[in-house]
Design a protein around this ligand. Sequence first.
Ligand SMILES: [Zn+2]
Length: 111
Amino acid sequence: MPIFEFECADCGRISAHVMLGSKRASRPACPHCASARTRRVMSSFAVVESEASRLANLDTSRRPDESFYGDSRNVGLWAKKRAGEMGVDLGSKFDETVEKARTGKLIKDME
Ligand SMILES: [Zn+2]
């Protein structure tokens, strides 16, 4: 799905928009302040993949670099796959923790 992120020149906030067909060339207004002065930024989630395909494409033979963890969706993914390869069942508690880490709830819970 073509998802693009736009940064608002007025309020500085970034919003994500699904751009289909002819809309692709247009710039959406900022949903926060309605400014039309938005510019496209490189999206951190331009390609939305299912976790299954992300897991399949993940190469655990090399350690991920920092940019890998810069993507919050990758939190726990590497460990998950590695554990799977070693036959370790991390259990549902792990999934829950990963999910919390991804959505930022983990940090909230620690505060
Ligand atoms: Zn704005």
